[in-house]
Design a binder for this molecule. Structure first.
Ligand code: PGA
Length: 282
């Protein structure tokens, strides 16, 4: 069964203490609800400087967990065969890590930027690309997003590609055409994707409390699924289509029940670990 993909986008929020508390709270509740969360892949995309920190915290939490489990059976962590220890400590993660952007070059004179390779080295496996806040405030074009997607895939990262129309386009009912073009121009067709995530985030819904109706979401999801089938056939091994925009612990279950919705991209509500775990459990 395909897992639900629930992604936290912290944007420019949280520093070390808050991130540590968030992870502790998330991990505790994750352990308490492990069976219910079996079919959920949770991802957190913090500000980039926190990726390495959270990766270390996740390692520590796993060491502690294994240590406690071994102690219960009167054994020590040193008694565990190395491959089993690696499996428990490195691979058994409550949450995966992602970045919120990357540069398209591997390295070079790009002050303030970070490459996909560097992000991968920090311990991330995902990267959000083409978020509307970057398209608007950093003037990112479809062409630039396409280059970044290619770089991310080359570095072994899974791109979470954001698309979505603004209010003006929605009001004149141009949203389907807008997203169709955005997807075709943003997603390179000369790349093979082991996993590709497309997030539909209507700009008018982000941070506003306004959420499209179930029919409106379903209509867009159907279009994205059809584009992927027709235009990206053979290129994508695993495709996930997410909805994002004012997702809360109250509306998440209803949105996840809509056809073709494989998961959620959550901004504001993801800053609170209790709310985020509720969304994962919905
Ligand atoms: P929001 O943000 O959940 O706060 O609306 C979503 C996003 O921008 O990814």
């Amino acid at each position: 069964m395909k897992k639900k993909l629930i992604v936290a986008n912290w944007k420019m929020n949280h520093v070390f203490d808050e991130a540590q508390q968030w992870l502790e709270s998330f991990s505790t509740q994750y352990e308490e609800n492990k069976t219910a969360l079996e079919n959920v892949e949770a991802v957190v995309c913090p500000p980039v400087f926190l990726i390495d920190f959270l990766d270390g915290e996740l390692l520590d939490l796993n060491f502690e967990k294994v240590d406690n489990l071994m102690a219960q059976s009167g054994e020590k962590i040193e008694d565990l065969p190395e491959d089993e220890l690696t499996e428990f400590v490195l691979n058994d993660r409550s949450i995966l890590l992602g970045a919120q952007d990357c540069h398209f070059e591997k390295s070079g004179s790009f002050t303030g930027d970070i490459s996909a390779q560097m992000i991968a080295k920090l311990g991330a496996t995902y990267v959000i690309l083409g978020h509307s806040e970057r398209r608007l405030t950093h003037l990112e074009t479809d062409d630039l997003v396409a280059k970044k997607i290619k770089a991310a895939v080359d570095a072994g990262l899974t791109p979470i590609v954001c698309v979505g129309e603004n209010k003006e386009v929605r009001d004149r009912k141009g949203h389907l055409e807008f997203v169709y073009k955005q997807l075709l121009l943003s997603i390179p067709k000369d790349t093979k994707y082991p996993k590709l995530v497309i997030a539909y985030e209507p700009i008018w819904s982000i941070g506003t409390g306004l959420v499209p109706s179930a029919d409106e979401i379903a209509e867009m999801m159907k279009l994205i699924a059809r584009i992927a089938k027709e235009k990206l056939a053979g290129l994508v091994d695993e495709l996930f289509i997410l909805y994002g925009g004012s997702v809360t612990e109250e509306n998440s279950a209803a949105i996840l029940a809509i056809e073709n919705v494989d998961g959620l991209l959550v901004g504001k509500a993801s800053l609170d670990a209790d709310k985020f775990i509720k969304i994962c459990l919905s």
